[in-house]
Design a protein around this ligand. Structure first.
Ligand code: ACO
Length: 363
């Protein structure tokens, strides 16, 4: 039997996260992720995902210093300044993270390496964005946390409390998500006893695809194309008639609403303050779900995290080019936790393929 896309195949045991696809629940290390997004900081959640416990006061202080977005090494800054403009932002993040692959990074990944790489991601993304916009990059500030520093380095201003909380909610909700395609890529690379940098590079390459982390830019395009509520039904129907997918809908695991989408919808509504774009997004969501039920009655297709990720990013005035890199800056935590877990109980991934080609005789 062939399991296309490894659908329904369980290939590891993990203590990092759990998804209840029927009930629409996401659990990080035993805790409800939606609750964590409401009550915890990025740093506390990252510590929990990487270490398995909440940090004690002193541990949190040390961790906050370790994970704070860092100034990049001079060679990395030079690399960033020399990369061509034609590279997309995910290609840049992948290339620059790859350049951290020094000889000191051994095949046995460590937590310290992981945190160092997580801390580098926001600076890389912001540095590149500023260069592309013709602006001088901004160095992180020592008194700002992970999320605020990221915003500050991009915009040259501190976020308001509402902006900080919206971005933080988003980044907590996408920090980890079981055996998704990019995490699987990271674990496959780690399973060969390759190093952490290589595993993260694999994950970043996988994340980029529009069926995975690349969807929010496609959602923005869809909402921009629709423009007004009265065009929504025709536009969506047209896509479904042509057999195309509606971006921001459907999920391999969730058979109901993605809990992350629910939480982000609230945040998007809060910061947009009754904005007409949110109004349109809500209308498009309802119409899309109704049409998906009509066209695919045997499937349970609902809104996924990407739909409202796009809305939150837009409300924060983040360019579409930043959507997938921002997602990745947070998911670095989940990838690292999985690579560390893989290394602790490793077996190389090596599934098999069923040959359906010809056997040709030379005679
Ligand atoms: N729009 C229309 N039809 C859909 C959609 C969609 N968004 N998603 C699934 N379907 C249909 C497929 O056409 C297929 O129909 P068929 O059996 O009649 O041919 C059926 O549902 C099953 O499709 P699969 O690809 O087998 O479903 P799977 O669970 O593997 O797909 C996926 C999950 C890739 C996310 C899919 O729902 C999709 O492509 N969604 C749109 C892209 C998207 O939003 N991606 C972000 C996901 S969240 C994340 O990765 C962080």
């Amino acid at each position: 039997m062939v399991h296309h896309g490894l659908k329904g195949v369980t290939c590891v045991e993990t203590v990092i996260s759990h998804i209840d696809g029927e009930k629409g629940k996401l659990i990080y290390r035993g805790y409800d992720a939606e609750q964590l997004a409401l009550t915890s900081t990025f740093e506390e959640t990252a510590f929990l995902i990487l270490n398995g416990t909440f940090p004690k006061k002193e541990e949190l202080k040390t961790f906050q210093n370790m994970i704070a977005p860092c100034q990049l090494p001079e060679t990395v800054e030079l690399l960033l300044r020399n990369l061509p403009d034609r590279l997309d932002d995910m290609a840049v993040l992948r290339t620059v993270i790859s350049s951290f692959g020094e000889k000191t990074y051994t095949s046995r990944p460590t937590l310290e390496e992981a945190v160092r790489l997580i801390a580098a991601a926001p600076t890389i993304i912001a540095f590149r964005k500023r260069l592309l916009d013709g602006l001088e990059p901004i160095q992180p500030l020592a008194d700002l946390g992970f999320v605020e520093n990221y915003f500050y380095m991009l915009k040259n201003k501190r976020p308001t409390l509402a902006q900080k909380k919206a971005l933080e909610t988003y980044m907590i909700l996408v920090m980890e998500h079981g055996m998704n395609a990019s995490t699987f890529s990271a674990r496959v690379t780690a399973s060969t006893e390759s190093d952490l940098v290589s595993a993260l590079t694999s994950a970043l390459g996988t994340m980029k695809g529009p069926l995975h982390g690349g969807a929010p830019s496609a959602v923005t395009k869809m909402l921009e194309d629709i423009q007004e509520k009265q065009h929504a039904e025709n536009y969506l129907r047209n896509k479904l008639e042509k057999g195309e997918r509606l971006m921001g809908f459907g999920h391999r695991v969730y058979q109901t609403h993605d809990p992350r989408a629910k939480a982000l919808r609230m945040k998007a509504q809060e910061i947009a303050g009754g904005d007409s774009e949110i109004d349109l997004a809500l209308y498009v969501e309802d119409t899309a779900i109704r049409l998906l039920q009509e066209y695919k009655p045997e499937r349970k297709l609902y809104t996924n995290v990407e739909f409202y990720a796009a809305a939150v990013m837009k409300a924060l005035d983040f360019d579409a080019s930043l959507f997938t890199p921002t997602f990745s800056a947070s998911r670095m935590v989940g990838w690292c936790a999985h690579v560390l877990e893989q290394a602790n109980n490793n077996m190389i991934f090596r599934p098999s393929a069923k040959y359906i080609g010809d056997f040709v005789s030379f005679s």
